[in-house]
Design a binder for this molecule. Structure first.
Ligand code: GLP
Length: 244
């Protein structure tokens, strides 16, 4: 298996991370015509989305961009605030004017999850590969919702969320009982087929896992370690996350 070293951009925490990550992302998105872009939910990118809304709101790039969801909880109604498509809408895409027709998202209430998975895989086959996948990092090494043990060959699928992931997601929604037990996720193969992957990591609580991702064994136990098997990866991380 290849072991490429990703490009690493180290920033200071807070404002410096937001500034450097936003301008890097804008440049990457603008370098592709009608790009297909995956953007993460989670707390890591929120400052970046605010920066997009204040500095880049009227940029023509948003009219041409197609957004694809990385993951989605299963079983939530269309207007539920916890749906990732609603979260990314209110934090980012709605401000920028990305049309609903240009958003590829999972139907959380699809009656047949297997058909929903097939629908998304067909869209990716027709419109992909993804040009730019911006990813966050779970404390257990997950990317999108590819939990530890996910096959490096995986495509879109339904996944049972781990206890650790549900516990960290509970912080978003005020309690573990508010976190669904299953989700859709793009697979690791789909993600590594992306032309340019940008991993965003902040905070001292991610230092251990980021160290494993960058320097430990390449293993399905640490899903994000797959990013070292492809050459086109940029890690943008603040100094607390890179302290190891
Ligand atoms: C969540 C999401 C990921 C996200 C990650 C990190 O569970 N499924 O897409 O990137 O965990 O979240 P945070 O940025 O809040 O640490």
């Amino acid at each position: 298996m290849n072991d490429f070293s990703p490009q690493i951009i180290q920033t200071e925490e807070g404002h410096d991370f937001v500034q450097q990550a936003s301008s890097f992302l804008i440049k990457a998105i603008k370098s592709v015509a009608s790009p297909l872009v995956a953007l993460p939910t989670g707390s890591t990118p929120l400052g970046i989305y605010k920066e997009f809304a204040s500095q880049y709101k009227n940029d023509a790039v948003w009219q041409d961009m197609r957004y694809i969801a990385l993951d989605e909880y299963i079983g939530l109604p269309r207007d539920d605030e916890r749906l990732f498509q609603n979260w990314i809408g209110r934090e980012c895409l709605d401000f920028l004017g990305v049309e609903q027709d240009n958003r590829i998202t999972f139907d959380s209430l699809a009656p047949d999850p297997a058909s929903e998975v097939q629908r998304i895989n067909e869209i990716i086959a027709a419109q992909g590969p993804i040009d730019i996948a911006v990813l966050g990092l779970g404390t257990n090494g997950h990317i999108a919702f590819n939990e530890p043990g996910s096959s490096f060959d995986s495509a879109t699928r339904v996944i049972d969320l781990s206890d650790e992931t549900r516990a960290s997601n509970a912080e978003y929604w005020g309690g573990l009982d508010r976190v669904p037990t299953q989700a859709y996720t793009l697979g690791l193969k789909t993600l590594t087929d992306t032309k340019h992957i940008i991993l965003l990591v902040t905070g001292a609580h991610k230092a251990d896992i980021l160290d494993k991702v960058l320097s430990g064994p390449i293993t399905e136990d640490i899903p994000a370690s797959i990013l070292r098997t492809v050459p086109n990866v940029t890690v943008i991380a603040d100094s607390p996350a890179l302290k190891k």
